[in-house]
Design a protein around this ligand. Structure first.
Ligand SMILES: Cc1cc2nc3c(=O)[nH]c(=O)nc-3n(C[C@H](O)[C@H](O)[C@H](O)COP(=O)(O)OP(=O)(O)OC[C@H]3O[C@@H](n4cnc5c(N)ncnc54)[C@H](O)[C@@H]3O)c2cc1C
Length: 366
């Protein structure tokens, strides 16, 4: 017996010049092998590393903070932390540093200081917002740890989305997530633990174009700009000081316990050559119909070369990102590039055109 599949109608967004907003270039901190989630004795200090999450910092963030914090607190190296007034330094005020501060505060630690070179316009603010463990390069034997961290993070966001978190009231919601295949989503390890199985569906864009895809109806959209604001609210309410400035060496800090959440900064700070920037291009959408923008899509295309002759993995994605102070109709973000080793002196601007072209092709406009 052949199984019929559901058809879902999606009204495509508009991609004309009046509907395209800010273009954003930013960099994922990707560590080959897996993110650095480890603790070490460094001279008279104890360093807990938490960096290198690639394109999945938000997907893993709350779980990864909890994992590294427990790793240190439950270890012999962390025995002085039984005193909750011990002074602790956190380097970095991206999502990883802020979730680290959040988790430590929830455990009762009262003497935290965040040190950060920059507070605004970070990768953590710009990130699209799809919960899916993608754009990492994890060794096979490490994958089960990453899966467990992701499942833990999913539970956190699911609580936020269902209004069961006392600190976060917005910033995460359940939104169907569409992919070409289950493998592409990276989410299969979550199924049966925190997520329902994906279903086959036919998307109908109402313009004669249909696409067969798989959907996780309990996908999670993280409104990254809003979550950063909520994290800062928590930091302010709990009077956690933030000291602005670059830390060039761990010895500069007076604290014995240091959480290294410096994202790409860890390449220099921790002399880590396995940590690489992965350039990404994003285009904010505007003048859309907000009610139509209630889904997330990620589809992969092949590899190619950019105008700077760099290798690019191309995809198309669209998420319902909405900046806290913008008009309701200015909703949505599209993107799709992954350029390992990318740098600001090679912005690869032609990639913006290819994202718009791929968006049009995907929705059947050409
Ligand atoms: C285009 C794009 C789309 C993305 N989409 C998604 C998505 O849909 N889902 C998802 O899960 N993830 C996504 N990501 C990934 C996510 O944004 C990153 O993994 C995440 O932001 C990394 O957070 P972080 O806190 O480690 O780094 P950052 O946000 O870069 O913060 C690093 C912090 O450390 C500070 N710092 C660095 N060096 C020093 C130093 N020496 N001294 C003092 N401070 C220092 C910086 O100033 C900053 O405060 C995306 C990323 C990009 C680029």
């Amino acid at each position: 017996m052949t199984q019929s599949i559901d058809t879902r109608k999606i009204a495509p967004p508009a991609f004309g010049p009046a509907h395209l907003g800010e273009k954003i270039l930013c960099y994922r901190p990707m560590k080959h092998g897996m993110p650095n989630l480890s603790i070490e004795q460094y001279k008279d200090k104890v360093i807990a590393h938490n960096y290198g999450h690639g394109g999945s910092g938000w997907t893993l963030g709350p779980g990864s903070a909890r994992y590294v914090n427990s790793l240190l607190i439950d270890s012999l190296l962390g025995k002085d932390l039984s005193d909750k007034t011990t002074s602790i330094a956190i380097i970095g005020a991206g999502l990883v540093g802020l979730f680290t501060a959040y988790d430590l505060t929830k455990r009762g630690y009262k003497n935290l200081t965040i040190y950060a070179e920059k507070l605004d316009t970070l990768a953590s603010h710009y990130a699209g917002g799809l919960l899916a463990p993608v754009s990492m390069d994890n060794d096979h034997e490490m994958q089960s740890i990453i899966d467990q961290i992701g499942i833990d993070a999913y539970r956190f966001y699911d609580d936020v989305a269902r209004n069961n978190n006392i600190d976060f009231k917005q910033g995460a919601r359940l939104v169907p997530s569409y992919f070409n295949s289950r493998e592409d989503s990276g989410l299969e390890a979550y199924v049966g633990k925190v997520m329902e199985p994906a279903k086959e569906v036919m998307l109908d864009f109402g313009n004669g174009t249909t696409r067969q895809m798989v959907v996780y109806d309990d996908g999670i959209f993280m409104n990254t700009a809003l979550l950063m604001a909520e994290l800062h609210d928590f930091i302010n309410t709990n009077h956690i000081p933030i000291v602005i400035g670059k830390i060039n060496a761990f010895d500069e800090l007076k604290e014995k316990f240091v959480f290294n959440c410096s994202g790409l900064g860890a390449a220099a700070l921790n002399h880590d050559t396995a940590l690489v920037p992965v350039q990404g291009h994003l285009i904010m959408l505007k003048n859309q119909v907000p009610e139509n923008m209630n889904y997330m899509i990620l589809v992969y295309f092949g590899e190619g070369k950019t105008e700077a002759n760099q290798k690019v993995k191309r995809s198309f994605y669209i998420f319902p990102k909405h900046l806290p102070d913008s008009a309701p109709q200015d909703i949505g973000v599209i993107g799709g590039t992954f350029i390992e080793g990318g740098s600001p002196d090679k912005p690869n601007l032609a990639e913006y055109d290819s994202i718009i072209k791929e968006a049009n092709t995907f929705f059947g406009f050409d």
